[in-house]
Design a protein around this ligand. Structure first.
Ligand SMILES: *Cc1c(COP(=O)(O)O)cnc(C)c1O
Length: 457
């Protein structure tokens, strides 16, 4: 049965010679097209052997063309974020400033002095491009950056606590986002986790009681993605620093979000500041560069000179080192803080600091542009900071609410997602909400074109 079915399939050469394939996949060399045809026919034969009907010739051509085009378009592409979630991990966390993008472009297009001292003409070090900036904005003695914060924490624990004990409050032995679990990271580093206190209350004496000759460090972990409220207690970082110093162990602080600006200025709860952890006496502070710092993906390590140097020299540091493009973007982002222009130049801070009234007038302008195409209104909404910071906290905002004429709000949301650029909003009951707070002004025109197209098409 399958034998006769197979005979109905064209040969590789015959299918590859179809002019429609040549027309659509003209950018691909002939050998690649033949490979694609072979791969597609193998899939079809397996399906036919399993009992599927033999596809007609047109659909075979179409399948080969789809396979080929799938190799020519970039799967990773820009999205206009109208969700109102500022640091959206699934949408790539922080958008970069103009200066950060320019710095990346400059380094990307040619050679650079990444590890070359232009003064002496000898070998230099990549970390020299960042350290003075990190020290300036955080007040730390020393610092450098690695691939991401997960690797920063892993490096710290591996370099300074491998084979020994690390004391962690039970309320902080947590899971942060996709698969970063403190107990697992500790195990991976070769350190032994010693949990102290209870889920809701841990006192200084709990730490004291758990420390002994095997203790290498105390690790504090910021509760980035959940809140502990009610009957709770934990020591101040300064108290832990004092205890660590008298017992001769390290104090590590995994801050996560890497906030350098007081969030209470914008009506939000207080997100702990990097500068405060440094001032309180943490030996090492770890944080992400692409959360509230607003830079490219990286993990930053700042603190006292000696432990920072030991991390930098550890073999694992080579395995998790920062690449030159992120290094360039991070340095340019830090310069915004040094110049005191982060609120206007770093996109995440620009978004956080927009007054609700300004967001409302942008939503109203959007409403005016699409009013004839569907029932729209401007409604109060809540934006979130997101990305492992200020869990449950929202900023008062406004959104454009669109009710498609055919009532198919899920279909409208899908058309927007599949448009170029993709536009992602929030479906709430029978309407689609688009929050201008997270839309960069330069993307507004494209968003409105996509929306008009989706409502009229
Ligand atoms: C986000 C976060 C991490 C992981 O950081 P990445 O940069 O995503 O690797 C680790 N610890 C805490 C407390 C975090 O909030």
């Amino acid at each position: 049965m399958a034998e006769t079915a197979f005979r109905k399939l064209p040969s590789v050469d015959r299918l590859a010679a179809d002019p429609r394939i040549a027309a659509q996949l003209g950018e691909l060399p002939r050998e690649r097209v033949v490979d694609l045809v072979r791969q597609e026919l193998a899939v079809v034969r397996a399906a036919v052997a399993a009992g599927a009907p033999v596809p007609d010739p047109d659909s075979l051509v179409e399948r080969v063309v789809r396979r080929g085009l799938g190799l020519l378009v970039l799967s990773l592409r820009p999205v206009v974020n109208a969700t109102g979630v500022i640091i959206h991990t699934n949408l790539g966390r922080a958008p970069l400033s103009r200066a950060a993008r320019a710095a990346i472009d400059q380094v990307a297009r040619g050679y650079s002095n990444l590890e070359f001292d232009l003064e002496t003409g000898e070998r230099g070090h990549r970390h020299t491009h960042l350290e003075h900036l990190l020290c300036q904005v955080t007040g730390a003695e020393a610092g450098f950056a690695v691939n991401n914060n997960a690797s920063a924490v892993l490096l710290g624990l591996t370099a300074l606590a491998q084979g020994r004990e690390v004391v962690v409050s039970r309320g902080q032995a947590v899971e942060i986002g996709g698969g970063f679990r403190i107990p697992d990271v500790l195990r991976q580093s070769g350190a032994r986790l010693v949990e102290v206190g209870t889920t809701n209350r841990t006192y200084l004496r709990d730490y004291e009681g758990a420390m002994g000759p095997e203790t290498a460090a105390i690790l504090r972990v910021h509760r980035s993605n959940f809140r502990l409220i009610g009957f709770t207690a934990e020591p101040e970082l300064g108290e832990l620093a004092e205890l660590a110093r008298t017992r001769g162990v390290w104090l590590f602080d995994d801050l996560g979000s890497g906030c350098l600006i007081d969030t209470t200025r914008f009506g939000l709860l207080r997100e702990p500041l990097v500068q405060e952890s440094v001032a309180a006496g943490a030996d090492l502070v770890f944080f992400s560069a692409d959360k509230l710092l607003g830079g490219p993906q990286a993990g930053v390590i700042v603190g006292r000179r000696e432990p920072v140097e030991r991390l930098r020299r550890h073999p694992l540091a080579r395995a998790v080192r920062i690449d030159k493009l992120c290094l360039a973007g991070l340095a340019a982002t830090l310069i915004h803080y040094i110049k005191g222009e982060a609120l206007t130049e770093v996109p995440v801070w620009w978004m956080i600091s927009r007054p609700a009234e300004e967001v409302r007038s942008r939503a109203e302008a959007w409403a005016g542009r699409v009013a004839g195409l569907a029932p729209v209104e401007v409604v109060p909404a809540e934006s979130a900071v997101g990305g492992g910071s200020l869990p449950g906290e929202t900023l008062p905002s406004f959104a454009l609410a669109v009710r498609p004429r055919d009532g198919d709000v899920v279909g409208l949301a899908r058309r927007l997602r599949l448009a170029r650029p993709a536009v992602v909003g929030r479906v709430e009951a029978d309407r689609l909400l688009l929050d201008p707070r997270t839309v960069l002004p330069e993307d507004e025109g494209a968003l409105l074109e996509v929306l008009k197209g989706a409502l009229s098409g």
